[in-house]
Write a protein that binds this ligand. Structure first.
Ligand SMILES: NC(=O)c1ccc[n+]([C@@H]2O[C@H](COP(=O)([O-])OP(=O)(O)OC[C@H]3O[C@@H](n4cnc5c(N)ncnc54)[C@H](O)[C@@H]3O)[C@@H](O)[C@H]2O)c1
Length: 394
């Protein structure tokens, strides 16, 4: 490591340090020769973890401090800060990592909402407010890492409470970094660590998940480069998939789609539409090589390709297989008698498409044609003042 924060004798403070990603971070910081301050609400687990880190730290016991801390309580963070400055005299890196697993859907008990917000969101705010003024005043390069989650970016349904804590944290950390970089002379930067699916706590490791060490590898590489967003894949979800999912969520707003449309019953049709826009340049192919595709454009009728159908064209079947699908529905987008494109839906099942699905795809193709038409229509001439309609004041 060449970054001045990730260096021998600098001080790292980690909350939620007794296990999981926090503990893995402490191991690595100690391995870099940093002094480590570990904070966790679980005092017994914290003591076990402290003993482990003390064996790794170059200065042994004297290079490690463990302070039982409940991040939900601002006074605990202030006491933690005082203890670290008294023992080590500075802080180079603050990792606000503690999180509660309390959560649930929108009807979760109010008490659970408060626990989750108090730990996952307010816990980080408490950490920043307790430590940052002194870290800035040090005048040395320093870093703050807040551990977020993809759930705070893509908002999968199910654990809305947790998602909200992490999306609030993302917004907060973005604002924090903006303020830090806009503050004259400030040498502190903020970073958002976004782990993927990671085996932590006392859970058994499952195929597909990453191990905390892999998250820390990515964290250190990101901090070294000065990245703000440090987004980890896992063995199931690649960076390309993350990118698509993030863009899909943003597309709900820009395309006026239903909220959380990735989990909407019409998702296959919607997703295929967005993806065909996404990949249009890469996936360009001569239509005459694909007879069913050519037919749907020429005859302007819905057409299906099912891989087990002996009539299906080989090239189209191979294309489907290469995408991991087994049946394809195509509906033309028609405007003024001309085919402008195709709405495609693909399914992992080898089966004909239902009437309802075909109708949904048709509705989408009509809606798209209407959107295209409205974009093509000449802009309305500006009103002259006398005939102007009253204007809304926004
Ligand atoms: N494991 C994953 O798949 C995953 C994915 C995305 C994000 N994350 C995030 O990574 C971070 C670490 O998660 P993990 O999986 O290592 O969790 P973990 O449950 O293994 O460890 C969390 C630690 O935080 C401590 N903690 C809980 N409440 C606290 C409080 N009020 N004050 C102080 N400490 C408290 C716990 O005692 C525990 O030691 C969390 O912010 C989590 O939201 C984890």
């Amino acid at each position: 490591m060449t970054h001045p924060v990730l260096a021998r004798n600098r001080v790292a403070v980690v909350t939620g340090a007794a296990m999981g990603i926090g503990l893995a971070a402490c191991r690595r910081f100690a391995g870099l020769g940093m002094k480590v301050c570990m904070a966790d609400v679980d005092a017994a687990e914290l003591e076990t973890a402290r003993a482990e880190i003390a064996k790794l730290a170059p200065d042994g016991q004297s290079g490690v401090l463990a302070v039982p801390t409940d991040v939900a309580k601002p006074a605990d963070l202030e006491a933690l800060r005082d203890a670290v400055y008294e023992r080590f005299g500075e802080v180079g890196l603050l990792m606000n990592n503690a999180a509660s697993r309390t959560g649930g859907g929108v009807w979760a008990p109010l008490e659970d909402w408060h626990v989750a917000m108090n730990v996952n969101f307010w816990g980080v705010v408490h950490g920043v407010r307790a430590f940052l003024p002194r870290m800035i005043a040090q005048g040395t390069p320093c870093q703050v890492v807040n551990t977020g989650s993809k759930q705070g970016i893509t908002n999968p349904p199910g654990n809305t409470v947790y998602n909200i804590t992490k999306s609030a944290l993302k917004t907060y950390t973005e604002g924090l970094q903006h303020e830090l970089r806009s503050t004259a002379g400030c040498k502190v930067s903020a970073h958002l660590l976004v782990p993927g699916w990671t085996t932590t706590g006392k859970r058994a490791h499952k195929a597909g998940a990453w191990l905390p060490d892999q998250v820390i590898d990515l964290l250190l590489a990101g901090l070294e480069r000065g990245d703000f967003y440090i987004i980890c894949p896992d063995d199931d979800v690649t960076p390309a998939m993350d990118r698509k999912r993030i863009l899909w969520g943003a597309g709900d707003l820009t395309e006026n789609r239903p909220a959380l449309s990735r989990w909407h019953p019409d998702r296959e049709v919607l997703q295929t539409l967005a993806e065909s826009g996404d990949q249009a340049q890469d996936d360009y192919f001569p239509v005459e090589d694909y007879p069913a595709t050519a037919k749907v454009l020429m005859e302007q009728e819905a057409t299906q390709v099912i891989i087990g159908d002996p009539e299906a064209d080989r090239a189209e079947v191979e294309f489907l297989l290469s995408q991991g699908y087994r049946s394809l529905l195509m509906v033309p987008i028609v405007l003024g008698g001309e085919s402008l494109g195709i709405v495609e839906a693909m399914s992992e099942e080898e089966r004909p498409w239902t009437r309802t699905e075909i109708n949904r795809a048709r509705i989408i193709s009509h809606q798209l044609a209407a959107v295209i038409q409205s974009r093509l229509a000449p802009a309305r001439p500006p009103h002259d003042e006398r005939g102007a309609e009253p204007r809304a004041v926004i």
